[in-house]
Design a protein around this ligand. Sequence first.
Ligand SMILES: Cc1cc2nc3c(=O)[nH]c(=O)nc-3n(C[C@H](O)[C@H](O)[C@H](O)COP(=O)(O)OP(=O)(O)OC[C@H]3O[C@@H](n4cnc5c(N)ncnc54)[C@H](O)[C@@H]3O)c2cc1C
Length: 418
Amino acid sequence: MRVVVIGAGVIGVTTAWYLQEAGAEVVLLDAAAAPASGSSFANGGMLHASHAEPWNAPGVGLDLLRYLGRRDSPLLVRPYAIPGLIGWGLRFLGNSRRGRFEEHTRLNARLAAFSLKEIDRLQRELAPEGLDFDFRRSGILKLFQDPASQARNRTASEDMADAGVRFEDWTVERIIAEEPALAPVRDQLCGGLYFPDDAIGDAARFTAGLLAIARRRGLTYCPGVAVRRLRTFRGRLDALETSEGPIAADACVVANGYHAPDLLRPLGIRLPVAPVKGYSLTLPMNAGTRIHLPLIDDANKVVMTPLGDRLRLAGTAEFAGRDGSLNPQRAASVLDHCRRTLASLPEQMDAETMAPWTGLRPMSARGTPILGATAVPGLYLNTGSGHLGWTFACGAAALVRDSVLGDPPALPMDGLTL
Ligand SMILES: Cc1cc2nc3c(=O)[nH]c(=O)nc-3n(C[C@H](O)[C@H](O)[C@H](O)COP(=O)(O)OP(=O)(O)OC[C@H]3O[C@@H](n4cnc5c(N)ncnc54)[C@H](O)[C@@H]3O)c2cc1C
């Protein structure tokens, strides 16, 4: 069976890997010249089942109004993006009803926990072949300044216990003992939740490393090839029209991030996926900025992740349409928010040593990824993973493999399909 996968981000490469591992002949296409050039390039590095809540939590509408016009806020809606977001936005808000949100959180947590086991397996099996992506089963510490917020998070974490999410309640003393870099902000903290099964790793290094091994095992990778149209014959997927001419396929997996709706629209398939912009900074770790534990700062909505000898700072959610330009002020605001917790960070952003980056997360209006078969035989999806694409990558790829090959799914797919 010849399967064409569109998109060589972390989602497309893992999909290609799982299909090839199961015996399919796989062709991987990407418009960009190198893998992980899009949203997978410099993300927060967190592999966290503990953070499975969709972003459309109950009350998200009020949050959006509260932050409106505040340029340094972690959540920002650009007025020019609003017309293009109306349909998606109404569905996004509709899914913030408590029952739906809780159901989607459970689905995400189960997929994430499964995915973490899969990435752990891949890391162990493929390390001898050179797969190295600064992976560490370090656990992740979530810090709180507000006891009410900590209590809400504790309840949410308890609700995810069935999915296998475990946590420990840490006092401020325990936090400082485990992560002395936080001593200067001791008085601001009220406590933390530590998630021992979470992990960290560099998504771009993983994507490039896995692709290199897949190619050695026979995968065909075509960089610089843009897919322009999906062609059907008698209602079934037949071929892809690309910048390099037509490519025939028995099956095709659309895994091209927030661009996926463009390819599906001409086939009459409306895919509720929109780009949500975020920023990161990557700096060398030195004596002043060294942390041992990956940190999520609940109050300031940023993450700080030690990746080998580098520190990755990431955050912000911006509805800015498809504008992928890097706004230095927004990048600097990530540093500013991180400094409120990690006081030893430099005061000013220095683009020379801090490598600012921006990416567009492919966010589904539901808050769960959109996986598996479509109404068009031969056409499959793996997109919409939003703020959790790195976490979901291996689990989602395994489910899509099962769907393409017609095997029983490794997890129930209800609530994860179109
Ligand atoms: C700031 C930030 C921090 C994040 N932090 C985390 C985190 O800590 N943990 C976590 O789990 N997730 C995190 N994420 C989310 C995660 O990075 C994304 O969900 C994930 O990278 C999405 O991967 P993807 O492969 O779907 O998309 P992409 O990486 O964007 O890949 C899509 C690819 O498709 C290609 N393409 C598009 N259109 C076409 C076409 N027509 N033809 C051919 N190729 C095409 C593009 O060139 C691109 O290479 C973060 C995201 C951001 C922006």
